[in-house]
Write a protein that binds this ligand. Structure first.
Ligand code: AHR
Length: 343
């Protein structure tokens, strides 16, 4: 009953920690603190966890949606400790601010697994394991693609870039922004003219893009959207001004780079609205189940683990341009691939 109730409202806006319901102690109880429901990626990640930690698989899942507020995550973790869950899992909104809460979990002898984003704590033994993305590498791949693309087109003049950042201080924002800023330092003609947070949402992405268009108008060549939902908002804002989203930046197009490679994001990549899309894999559920089962059987799991990710472009000519650049691992996107994608 508890698990069913929790599963049903996992993606809603309400938090759901029901302290009054008894926990079935024959199952392994997982307290999962999720960031929120801000993006398609996030919904897919929640679904993956909820589909994996089921009573049929031997688990009670207590799932909490923190609505993008770290104070809610801290409250949820404390409630998990009070409930004496078997494992605490946290997808942390921001990297900082976790030492005390994780010390409390350690004192209660509850293992903590960090998922997707990271925590910056003084003592790494405060958590048993982390599994997630290399966000900086995602950014580096996207920037390497842009460099190879500009080189192949012979564009040597100033390239003006707008960065619609993710939630400030989240690992995904830190890594992706860092990669862009490093590339802009390396390539003298790359110029980041504006940056602001779109908080990983479509609404905020559109709002930031509208503001950038008002401020910089025709000067904008490239928009680096730190996730797909921001790209959806940015495309709407750009098209509302009559400008075209595409690869012909020499003729006034605005070229869009995005991250996540969700189904909707890849569809826009195949259409040519997004030039390149760096994958961020949300399918954590089965990996987390495997980790818990290993630990339950007395095994060990790696302390830090990256998951495999690809980068997608839709056009053969862009793929080969990229292959001539610093990296050659771009995957050519097809409709068939999108049809087979889970999220
Ligand atoms: O932490 C992963 C990021 O968070 C994804 O890129 C984004 O869509 C999400 O909200």
């Amino acid at each position: 009953m508890i698990a069913t109730a929790v599963l049903l409202c996992g993606c809603s806006d309400s938090r759901d920690i029901n302290k009054d319901n008894p926990i079935n102690r024959e199952l392994i109880t997982i307290g999962f603190s999720q960031v929120g429901a801000e993006s398609d990626w996030r919904l897919a990640a929640s679904e993956s966890v909820q589909n994996a930690f089921t009573p049929e698989n031997g688990f009670n899942l207590i799932f909490d949606n923190a609505q993008q507020k770290q104070e809610n995550q801290i409250k949820a973790v404390r409630e998990f400790i009070d409930q004496n869950v078997d494992y605490i899992m946290i997808d942390p909104i921001t990297e900082i601010g976790w030492d005390t809460t994780l010390e409390e979990a350690k004192e209660a002898a509850i293992p903590v697994i960090i998922v997707d984003r990271r925590v910056a704590v003084k003592d790494d033994s405060l958590y048993t394991a982390w599994i997630g993305s290399d966000f900086e590498e995602e950014g580096e791949k996207a920037c390497a693609w842009l460099k190879a693309f500009l080189d192949a087109k012979g564009i040597k003049g100033r390239v003006n870039i707008v960065d619609i950042q993710g939630t400030i201080d989240s690992s995904a924002q830190i890594g992706r922004t860092k990669a862009l800023e490093a590339a802009a330092k390396r390539y003298y003609n790359w110029n980041i003219i504006g940056k602001d947070t779109g908080e990983f949402t479509k609404a905020k992405g559109r709002e930031v893009m509208e503001k950038m268009l008002k401020t910089y108008g025709d000067a904008i060549d490239v928009v680096y959207c730190e996730n797909d939902n921001e790209a959806f908002g940015a495309i709407e804002a750009i098209e509302n001004t009559g400008r075209h989203v595409g690869e012909n930046i020499e003729n006034g197009d605005i070229l869009l780079i995005s991250f996540d490679a969700t189904r909707a994001g890849l569809t826009l990549t195949l259409n040519g609205n997004i030039a390149v899309n760096a994958e961020c894999n949300p399918d954590y559920g089965p990996k987390l189940v495997e980790m818990v089962n290993t630990l339950e059987n007395g095994g060990t799991v790696p302390h830090d683990q990256f998951i495999e990710e690809e980068i997608f472009s839709a056009k053969e000519e862009i793929k080969s341009i990229y292959a001539g650049g610093e990296r050659s691992d771009v995957t050519l996107l097809t409709q068939e691939f999108i049809d087979g994608r889970k999220y």
